[in-house]
Write a protein that binds this ligand. Structure first.
Ligand code: NDP
Length: 240
């Protein structure tokens, strides 16, 4: 029987590519999103993948949303924590809202989504938890103290939880993309984007599909010996 995969922030950018790749690999896929109904509707029409609206920053909404997905598709086998936001500012100008918004989605959101699913994965002796962190969680980035802290937290979360899940057949891994051509990156001024590309040895931004392929691999049975790993996909920009 087809496994069920739930992708947060799965209607745009990297998440959309992940949802489509998992569908093409034979999974029953659900894509969550936060508020952009137009993009979600277009994605649903084009892919046939059902979409579900709630904020990963809200624990109760996650629990209710997951219950709805499981009622519709069956128990979730693969969770992809992809939803993420930026609220960039130099630290001396960073507001408490900018800090808490990024923590709420990019770090608390990972807890809020994984926690309600964890017991079921343990009981069924199978699970895949794959979180999308960032190169900037590995190296830090000026103007992103909030984002870098949250994304580094995702890596620590993964390493700890991998040890708890191993005996229960659950692998927990994190992917650190470099700069990928999505709305998030295309929103930065062109000059800044050109300076970013100049720092990438392969000479281009990544494509969402570059990350989606990593997810499909980590979700597969072939990757069952890989857990607690940080998979870097950044065109050689930062070598750990
Ligand atoms: P996009 O901005 O293109 O898409 C973000 C997606 O996340 C949207 O579907 C959005 O929903 C959803 N989302 C945002 N906040 C929430 C929330 N609170 N609850 C549920 N869904 C939410 O982002 P990218 O595709 O660029 O990024 C995806 C992930 O990859 C993020 O975690 C990001 O930090 C990470 N990343 C991205 C890089 C890049 O270069 N693009 C580089 C490294 C990491 P809606 O459409 O409703 O707004």
């Amino acid at each position: 029987m087809a496994r069920v995969a739930l992708v947060t922030g799965g209607t745009r950018g990297i998440g959309a590519a992940i949802a489509i790749a998992l569908k093409n690999a034979g999974y029953k896929v659900a894509a969550n999103y936060a508020g952009n109904d137009e993009a979600a509707g277009k994605f649903k029409d084009e892919t046939g993948i059902p979409v579900y609206k709630w904020s990963v920053a809200d624990y109760d909404a996650c629990a209710a949303g997951i219950a709805q997905v499981e009622a519709d598709l069956g128990p979730v086998d693969v969770l992809v924590n992809n939803a993420g936001i930026t609220r960039d500012a130099m630290f001396h100008k960073m507001t408490r809202d900018q800090w808490h918004d990024v923590m709420g989605t990019n770090l608390n959101g990972v807890f809020n989504m994984t926690h309600p699913l964890w017991t079921g994965m343990r009981d069924r002796k199978f699970g895949r938890v794959i979180t999308i962190s960032s190169i900037n969680g590995q190296k830090g980035q000026m103007g992103q103290a909030n984002y870098s802290a949250a994304k580094a937290g995702d890596i620590g979360f993964t390493k700890a939880l991998a040890q708890e899940g191993a005996r229960a057949g659950i692998t927990v891994n994190v992917i650190c993309p470099g700069y990928i051509a999505t709305d998030m990156v295309m929103a930065v001024p062109e000059k800044v984007r050109e300076s970013i590309i100049a720092q990438i040895p392969v000479g281009r931004l990544g494509e969402p599909e570059d990350i989606a392929r990593c997810v499909v691999f980590l979700a597969s049975d072939e990757a069952s010996f890989i857990t607690g790993a940080t998979l870097t996909a950044n065109g050689g920009q930062y070598l750990t």
